[in-house]
Design a protein around this ligand. Sequence first.
Ligand code: GP9
Ligand code: MN
Length: 649
Amino acid sequence: MMLLLINKRVKGEDVGMKKKNWPTHSILAIAIVATWIKTYVVYHTSFDMEIENIMQQVILFINPLSFLLLIYGLSLFFKRPKARNRYIVLTSIILSIIVYANAVFYRFFTDFITIPVLFQTSNFGDLGASAAESIFLTDIFYFMDVIVIIVALKWLKVGEKFTIVKPAIRKSYFVFSAAVLFLNLGLSEIERPQLLTRSFDREVLVKNIGSYNYHLYDLYIQSKSHAQRALADGSELVEVNNFVRSSQADPTEKTFGLAEDRNLIIVSLESLQSFVINNDMNGHEITPFLNSLTADEDTFYFSNFYHQTGLGKTSDSEFLVENSLYPLGGGAVFFTHSGNTFHSMAESLNEEGYFTNVLHPNNKSFWNRDMMYKALDIQKYYDENSYIVNEENSVSWGLKDAPFFEQSVDLMAEMPQPFYSRLITLTNHYPFTLDVEDQNIPEYDSNSNTLNKYFQTVNYMDEALELFFEDLKEKGLYDNSIIVMYGDHYGISENHNNAMSQYLEKEITPFESAKLQNVPLFVHIPNSGVGEEVTEVAGQIDVRPTILHLLGIDTSKDMQLGADLFSEEHEDFVVFRDGGFVTDELVYTKNVCYDSATGVEIAVESCQPYIDRAIQELGYSDQIINGDLLRFYDLKTGNLLIEEAEKEE
Ligand code: GP9
Ligand code: MN
């Protein structure tokens, strides 16, 4: 519509037009429409994107438009029609190449191109020989719009005289393209809240903002972290290293090597908070199996353990466990820094001869896991393609936890031992949907549908865990393993404070909200007989050194910020990603200091030393990640690979 308007108005300026001439900007209009339609057809024919409802279909349809209006619209700045047309043709060729490259890449990797993969030549290793086989004559369709534009240029008589597009018209054109972008983003926000900060799934991004905008977004994210990396020279590592070495907690003899040579199984318990443990809902026990573990002689149950995740949620908890570093404040580190050098727990265990893997029945690009797992040296990712997923065995986000565990144990039974398997559950995820046949307890009766259903999915996950333990026993994997389970992050946000205060029978103040970040941690060592409840205040950052020490692995050279939970030197102190913290005596959140026992507000001076330390720790962690400093660190020798560092030593 806008284009017709422009065409009409500009037409008058064109002097010396021949009869039956097409409006001046016909080529521009044709280019936009041709590329738009082609892109939409390519979405449906070349990518396997799940479209769940009409709204998603509408978003998919309009999402190429804003970018195409912008990029082709730049031709309005050219004065000579020839140059303008040349620009349009060239743009259509470049865009077609990008679309085509994505299509071919997708044939191989079922994923969209991201800038770092273009530089990871190993990705193209398999591609080489068979590339020719996946290029077909029919692929000419990917250049259909170029052909249409060239034909239009040849056959249509478009005003060819020198024209200047009035700035005002140009302005309204770009305002219109911005409006289309905002309409697109608005609809996407309704469909996928916090799209750009939360849902870092390439497929979801492409589905919502379109393939072209996705590349721009990717370019922005990558260049930002690239710039920070380029500015770092490693000298900062000297200070970080001093801090890490001085705050290190040595293992105790009592627990060091307690689970030596066993398989390591870590289970990420989706959205599980501690308030359901050893609790009931209207008389129904919520987590009978986990409750039994809290008093089990082979289980250490950590009742004052907190999640430390930020926007990256599950992936942040994975990051904490693998690296013992804090995730980032501004976005999901899995997405922004998958090109970094890390010395992950998987890497340490690879060194010890473990087969390291992750099992999670979701799209492999979700949270950019496929990329990040490579950076973390995880040997194999069993994603949704390793599972049988169908209508009957899935709900909401995908495969239900019970069949997930069952199929996972089958996979684990085939693995070389010792193995390190990390399993990520899914059913207890917002919006906590559960099939009727899986509901063993009724809904709760608050005004929050979310909280009401939460108890049921938690209860379902608990039952699935019990079956998992039985399966492990049946397959002979139980006795020679250590099973670690932790809640990945909160499940009930502050939007449900009313309902929560009904359930917990107290007002949910900021102090209570901070304490509700308490998630359970279980360390189950079959036949050890040393289990007990541990009340040490701790966080996900402490998991890695704790486990490595239990496996009898030295961590004295690790560049990490956690501390062994069994160590005498472990401090009751956990830092949240937003700078808040909890100690055995204090809670600090939203700039207010509280007495931990009573919840009474106290002078901020009492919290000050810890506030400073929290800032310091988060700062060092951010420095390591943003500067990609671990590339300057030799894990084997503990040496810093920089001149300045050598001088210091
Ligand atoms: C997705 C699953 C959920 O694969 O891990 O992620 P979340 O939304 O909890 O971060
Ligand atoms: Mn999660």
